[in-house]
Write a protein that binds this ligand. Structure first.
Ligand code: IPM
Ligand code: MN
Length: 371
């Protein structure tokens, strides 16, 4: 298989974690005889610095021509602390989502037994947690009309949805539920918001075609609590853009490290894969960031291409590193390994290039960072 991939390393730790994923994808390519062609493009803070535009046209064109996009992370502190700036790194990402019509953001939430102690939740709440969030990504309050009055004293953001926008992601979420535990929870605020009532009406309608999927409806305030007290009740969680943004960050800490979780953003034609963590600028350039969220985004990309065995090879390699204690500082501050070492170990495992266990430990130890 020959695939063209646009790579957008972005800001902060984005370039470092992305580099490791490219190593891993190259190892997969070599082992399974695929050719992955990478085109590097700019977006975010680095694009503003180099071109004045958070999303240069060249990047958009490359993404349109590619089979998939791999994104690192975007955002820099100097933009965060100044709300009056007109040009911001995030605009690049939002525009790209809209340009590529990436309407479904899919964020799996799972746990690793060896990392349970890192979770803010208790062991009894963690066992069996395995759900997936389907977040609508190109509509709602993110993209509705924004206004600020002339005096700069009043502002509004319109939350707007139509039936088509709701149905297309709902269909994907129902199809996913059918392949999983056959449960779908629509999270909304239908006791207050008209848009939420439209979501409920549409989802109720669609559910008639998925008789084997049990549907329940939950207000977002309750859902935010249920994610903490009883996360294993969820299978597929479907929600609108803003609620999904908030709930997916909340859910991400269940696993014990934000650095572990991948995501995909899918449209009819295009797809983008990125770790769910941000650009973590404090760690940039130190080779300490956790590359696993990005590497597992590579696994999601393989699945998107229909390469399930390849995806499994990546996941098996990641499981091997985690269960052998080859982890970055966010997971084990005492015995931690460099970002680049983890990437190498995962790639070598995929290439069957792992020497004797003791040797590998020594090799990795030689590169360990104890900070
Ligand atoms: C995310 C991010 C973005 C969002 C930001 C960077 C615009 O938080 O992907 O969840 O709010 O969608
Ligand atoms: Mn977010």
């Amino acid at each position: 298989m020959n695939k063209n991939i646009t790579v957008i390393p972005g800001d902060g730790i984005g370039p470092e974690v992305t580099r490791e994923t490219l190593k891993v994808l190259n190892a997969v390519g070599a082992k399974f005889h695929h050719q992955f062609n990478f085109t590097h493009c700019l977006m975010g803070g680095i694009a503003i610095e180099k071109t004045g535009d958070p999303l240069p046209q060249e990047t958009i064109d490359s993404c349109h021509k590619s089979d998939a996009v791999l994104l690192g992370a975007i955002g820099l502190p100097k933009y965060d602390n100044n709300p009056s700036l007109k040009v911001r790194p995030e605009q690049g990402l939002l525009k790209l989502r809209k340009e590529l019509q990436l309407f479904a953001n899919i964020r799996p939430v799972s746990t690793y037994k060896s990392l349970h102690h890192l979770s803010p939740l208790k062991e009894k709440q963690l066992t069996g947690v395995d759900f997936i969030i389907y977040r609508e990504l190109t509509g709602g309050i993110y993209f509705g009309k924004k206004e600020l009055n002339e005096a700069g004293t009043e502002a509004s953001d319109l939350c707007i949805y139509n039936t088509d926008e709701i149905s297309r992601i709902a269909l994907l979420a129902f199809a996913a539920a059918q392949k999983r535990k056959k449960k779908l929870t629509l999270v909304d605020k239908a006791n207050v918001l008209e848009t939420s009532r439209l979501w409920r009406k549409n989802v109720q309608e669609i559910s008639k075609n998925f008789a084997d999927v049990k549907v329940d409806y939950m207000y977002v305030d309750n859902a935010s609590m249920q994610i903490i007290v009883n996360p294993k009740q969820f299978d597929v969680m479907l929600t609108e853009n803003m609620f999904g943004d908030i709930l997916s960050d909340e859910a991400s800490v269940i696993s014990g490290s934000l650095g572990l979780l991948p995501s995909s953003s899918i449209g009819e034609v295009n797809a983008l894969f990125e770790p769910i963590h941000g650009s973590y600028p404090q760690a940039a350039g130190k080779d300490i960031a956790n590359p696993i969220g990005s590497v597992l985004s590579g696994a999601l990309m393989m699945e998107y291409f229909g390469l399930n065995e390849e995806a499994k090879a990546i996941r098996d390699a990641v499981d091997w590193t985690l269960s052998n204690g080859f982890v970055t500082k966010d997971i084990d501050p005492v015995n931690s390994y460099f970002t680049s070492t983890i990437g190498e170990l995962v790639s070598n495992y995929i290439s069957n290039d792992i020497p004797q266990h003791s040797n590998i430990r020594n090799m990795a130890l030689g590169q360990a960072t104890i900070i």
